[in-house]
Ligand binder design. Structure first.
Ligand code: HEC
Length: 134
């Protein structure tokens, strides 16, 4: 009986957790896992790996400020993805689009893993938008 109660409670807590996992929470935890090592936990640019980069690691809380007060959503998405457009060769930023896709390709197939990778990139971009300084 008590065991059933524990199981039910665990299921309830589990579902509460799932429903509260908004895009921003997802973006924040992805950020902490994949980005904070270089860009810093607060996005200010001084993570523990920053000193090993030959390029300066940019402060990610001033992207809007540097773009006339508008968050450059498309540029940010393409920069994080790294497979398209604006990022030149030789960037020190890992190519996250390729990496996120590779992580899931066995489970999700080519198409599914592309959707999954883009979802992660978009969650990250929304998270970065939420940490912009005024
Ligand atoms: C290994 C270090 C490293 C990691 C990890 C890293 N970055 Fe970067 N990032 C850089 C460097 C260095 C630059 C500067 C330009 C360049 O070399 O591409 C940069 C540039 C950027 C830019 C462009 C900023 C601007 O001023 O336009 C964005 C956005 C960005 N990173 C987001 C992320 C996100 C999101 C993650 C995690 C998924 C991440 N970075 C992980 C090193 C890193």
């Amino acid at each position: 009986m008590r065991f059933a109660f524990v199981l039910t409670s665990a299921a309830l807590i589990g579902s509460a957790f799932v429903t509260s996992a908004t895009a921003q929470d997802t973006g924040e935890s992805l950020y902490m896992d994949a980005c904070a090592s270089c860009h810093g936990a607060a996005g200010m640019g001084a993570g523990p790996l920053a000193e090993y980069m030959t390029a300066d690691v940019p402060n990610l809380t001033q992207l809007s400020q540097r773009n006339d007060g508008v968050f450059p959503m498309l540029d940010v998405i393409q920069t994080i993805d790294g497979r398209t457009g604006i990022r030149g060769h030789g960037s020190e930023m890992p190519v996250w689009g390729r990496q996120f896709k590779a992580e899931t390709i066995d489970d999700a197939g080519i198409y599914g893993s592309e959707v999954y990778a883009r979802g992660k990139i978009l969650s990250l971009a929304y998270y970065l938008e939420s940490i912009q300084e005024d």
